[in-house]
Design a protein around this ligand. Structure first.
Ligand code: AMP
Length: 109
């Protein structure tokens, strides 16, 4: 199976600034930001989506979210993960969007 863009970033094949990392995740800026702050917490394990994730990874995802929010100095933020094409997933390597730094639209509208 062909490597995803995030697997290539993790393997150093696509030079990308790593803003933060812990044992199980890395954090990068999204290349097409949807808010003034838009980071991606990417699991080092290439899970296709959240349904495959080891629940123990949540501990590291939680740490990464809190660290990147502190680094970017955002108090209010939104965390989103898309599971499957109908939900908007385009890269099939688990990641969590962290959006903030500006007023975010109503997620229900
Ligand atoms: P999703 O649509 O939920 O799968 O999110 C994939 C995200 O990856 C999108 O927001 C893209 O803008 C972002 N993205 C794609 N390629 C790159 C890249 N090389 N560096 C950073 N973000 C990327």
């Amino acid at each position: 199976m062909e490597k995803t863009i995030f697997a290539k970033i993790l393997d150093g094949e696509i030079p990308t600034e790593i803003l933060y990392q812990n044992e199980r995740t890395i954090v990068i800026d999204d290349i097409h930001p949807q808010a003034s702050i838009h980071c991606l917490v990417i699991t080092k394990t290439p899970y296709k989506d959240i349904s495959e994730m080891d629940p123990e990874d949540f501990f590291y995802v939680h740490d990464a979210i809190k660290k990147i929010a502190a680094l970017k100095a955002i108090e209010d933020y939104r965390v989103v993960t898309n599971k499957g094409p109908a939900a908007g997933q385009t890269v099939f390597h688990l990641h969590f969007h962290v959006l903030g730094g500006s007023e975010l639209g109503d997620i229900n509208s």
